[in-house]
Write a protein that binds this ligand. Structure first.
Ligand SMILES: [Zn+2]
Length: 349
């Protein structure tokens, strides 16, 4: 509509090798850590504060990640201490080693209050089997009976399996604040929707933006609803955050996100992030000519086949889009006999 993808540029064609750093600008370095998933990496950043480093996001807590970090600290990061770890949001690929940097390196943890509360709560929430509430939520979403039965018998994903224990205490950042890193002042703006109270950092002194997963190139950040807050409307929060953050976007910005490559062309990308979801909502409305469960909505939402490895993320994203349509008055729902919600246009079914 407005040039879209053509306006987005990638100044670095290749990511840094494992155990190496890529210099982005004076005192700002890009690092990659592996993830054992379809999305097989996370980007983290080291910012030179003179007498030590600020690390932005951390990777999973695993023996392999810790060994890579140790090699980085001994090698390219020149043996200087990590004095601060800044965490953009509470997801495990970002917060996984924050507690390790705190307890093993004496670093200060800087993050939002919600990110800290969620992270610490989830590290303490050990589950051997899915909770009754989670099973009820999956049933409501129309999860296929065979998948539901199998999952009920399995140990679910536990946050603590990939996130290091977190000691008490952190330093809070919030909307409108600033922070000094790598000899620059950074404005703090808070996003929402992918994770609640997601911090982003916008340099006042150069064109760099540290965006976490709030702003990513080429892939869409997962917007999900979970059993913890089954009536949530994170898509409304996502769209609000995108509109608000768009005001700060300049074409010259170099955006350093949590996944994929650094990019320029932020105003165009912000329009895509908003437009993609409006497109998905419109396709969903067409699909709901007939009543459907959340699990019946993958085809119009994702326009591709969803494999077993993506099923969970696809399901929570489908519920997010349906909750949003319902909260905005475009659809209603009723319970099927098996407990699944059937979503449909008012007056049907
Ligand atoms: Zn991430």
């Amino acid at each position: 509509m407005d040039g879209g993808e053509a306006a987005i540029r990638y100044p670095w064609a290749e990511p840094p090798e494992e155990g190496a750093v890529t210099r982005i600008a004076e005192g700002v370095f890009w690092i990659r850590l592996p993830l054992p998933m379809a999305l097989n990496h996370v980007n983290v950043y080291a910012l030179d504060d003179g007498d030590g480093w600020t690390v932005v996001d951390t990777g999973f807590n695993s023996r392999r990640s810790r060994a890579i970090w140790q090699a980085l600290l001994d090698g390219p990061l020149a043996g200087k201490p990590v004095r601060r770890v800044v965490v953009t949001h509470h997801h495990p690929d970002h917060v996984g080693l924050a507690g390790w940097f705190q307890s093993a390196h004496g670093a200060e943890l800087v993050t939002t209050r919600t990110a800290w509360l969620f992270s610490r709560m989830l590290t303490l929430d050990d589950q051997d089997r899915p909770t009754a509430e989670t099973l009820e939520f999956w049933r409501g979403a129309g999860m296929a009976p065979d998948i539901l039965a199998q999952r009920a018998q399995e140990r679910p994903f536990n946050f603590a399996d990939v996130v290091h224990p977190m000691p008490l205490g952190f330093t809070r950042v919030a909307e409108g604040g600033t922070i000094r890193m790598a000899g620059r002042s950074w404005d703090i703006h808070i996003g929402n929707g992918h994770a609640p109270e997601h911090a982003t950092f916008w340099s006042r002194d150069c064109d760099l933006v540290l965006s976490g997963d709030q702003i990513l190139p080429s892939i869409s950040s997962n917007i999900g609803v979970y059993a913890t807050e089954p009536e949530a409307d994170p898509l409304a929060e996502w769209l609000e955050a995108c509109e608000r953050l768009s005001q700060f976007a300049r074409d010259s910005h170099i955006v350093l996100g949590g996944h994929k490559l650094p990019f320029a062309g932020l105003p165009a990308r912000m329009r895509q992030l908003i437009g993609n979801h409006h497109g998905a909502l419109d396709r969903l409305m067409d699909h709901l000519e007939r009543p459907a469960t959340a699990a019946d909505c993958f085809a119009p939402l994702f326009k591709r086949k969803i494999g077993p490895g993506e099923y969970g993320l696809a399901l929570v994203e489908a519920v997010a889009h349906l909750n949003h349509l319902r909260k905005s008055g475009r659809i209603v729902r009723h319970r099927r006999d098996d407990g699944a919600w059937m979503w449909h246009k008012p007056g049907d079914g």
